[in-house]
Design a protein around this ligand. Structure first.
Ligand code: MG
Length: 356
């Protein structure tokens, strides 16, 4: 039997902020754009459960949240900090996995089929993971356990916040039956409306729908949707290959458009990345420069080169990517240098030993 878990951090950005601002605990708190006394643009990125009690939700306009709860704690988005906490969480989780797939900054699937053979063992195992994450990072998470990724994700919704839930194979049909269409993974508002127009109301209706009719309307996705409605998902927990890279980032003390300041930072970061490459007897084929602007938009520019471990080549290419593609008008908040498509230059060191 396959045993899959989804580990999903609870109200992640706000939970991170609660670590360093304990005074906001238990109070409605929102991470998002500056509300500017109700005039601000942009959205709520995450809010905690006390804020949710007032009807505030992530994705909501920040001005709308402010109208509901002007005295909530409003905190600016600090991706650097959340990424750092995410790396800590993921390294804890990874140690519990046969296979590990990070799907976003705060979610990862793990395959634990070899480690937790039975359902009872799996529940206990998940509680152990949850406790380890809490003990080592201070952050709460919820865990859904089932026989595939789809069901693990859906049962995880029921486990929130700070819960662990198991959905057995034999219970999947009953669990899915009464769900609304848009509770099924992959179905958004538009698809739901279309399905309703076709006469389907619940996931159970979709499960026994006429497959040809679904495929007529939605193509291959129609078939996939029906398989989901029946609890079938054969996708594997895939180890993330794109994280097999080495990168360094720098946030400027003050947002800047000054070219020498930025190129100096790139040279410094390249040196650190290059040092890591050499230390691990690697080479690389792709160089990426990440530019994050003061409005939090982010641009990535990459170039493939001849496989090398040369620092001079890395530095030159990274600076070129920046000078060629950066915005001249917007201020840079952060710059990052990354190498990927790593290979071994000589020696036989194992990649797994140092990859994040
Ligand atoms: Mg989450």
């Amino acid at each position: 039997m396959q045993l899959i878990m989804l580990i999903d951090m609870d109200y992640f950005f706000v939970a991170c902020e609660e670590l360093r601002h304990p005074e906001i605990r238990g109070r409605p708190a929102i991470v998002g754009f500056d509300p500017k006394k109700g005039e601000g643009r942009g959205v709520v990125m995450t809010c905690n459960y006390p804020a949710r009690k007032f009807g505030i939700r992530s994705g909501m306009a920040i001005s709308a949240a402010y109208r509901i709860k002007p005295d909530a704690a409003y905190l600016p988005i600090d991706y650097d900090f959340y990424e750092k906490m995410s790396r800590e969480v993921m390294s804890v989780v990874k140690a519990f996995a046969d296979r590990f797939e990070q799907v976003s900054i705060d979610e990862a699937y793990i395959d634990v089929s070899k480690r937790a053979k039975e359902y009872d063992g799996a529940l206990e195992y998940a509680r152990k993971i949850q406790a380890a994450v809490k003990a080592e990072t201070g952050l709460p998470c919820s865990i859904g356990i089932s026989v595939n990724k789809l069901l693990a994700k859906m049962i995880c919704e029921d486990a929130k916040p700070n819960g662990v839930k198991l959905l057995k194979d034999q219970d999947a049909k009953a669990f899915l039956k009464d769900k609304d269409l848009d509770e099924l993974y992959g179905i958004g508002r538009k698809t739901k409306e279309k399905l309703e127009a076709m006469g389907y109301k619940k996931v159970a209706d979709l499960a026994k729908a006429n497959t040809m009719e679904l495929m007529d309307q939605f193509g291959a996705y129609g078939l996939e949707m029906q398989r989901y409605a029946n609890g079938i998902d054969e996708s594997k927990v895939e180890e993330n290959y794109e994280v097999k890279s080495i990168s360094r980032e720098k946030t400027f003390d003050a947002d800047t458009t000054d070219i020498p300041t930025v190129t100096n930072a790139i040279a410094e970061l390249s040196k650190e990345v290059g040092g890591e490459v050499r230390k691990n007897e690697l080479n690389f084929k792709v160089i990426t420069v990440k530019m994050r602007y003061s409005d939090f938009t982010e641009h990535l520019k990459s170039r493939s080169i001849r496989r090398t471990d040369e620092l001079s080549e890395l530095t030159r290419t990274a600076i070129e990517l920046y000078t060629r593609y950066s915005s001249r008008t917007r201020k840079l908040r952060k710059i990052g240098v990354r190498v990927s498509e790593l290979g071994k230059s000589h020696g036989q060191k194992k990649l797994g030993n140092f990859l994040k």
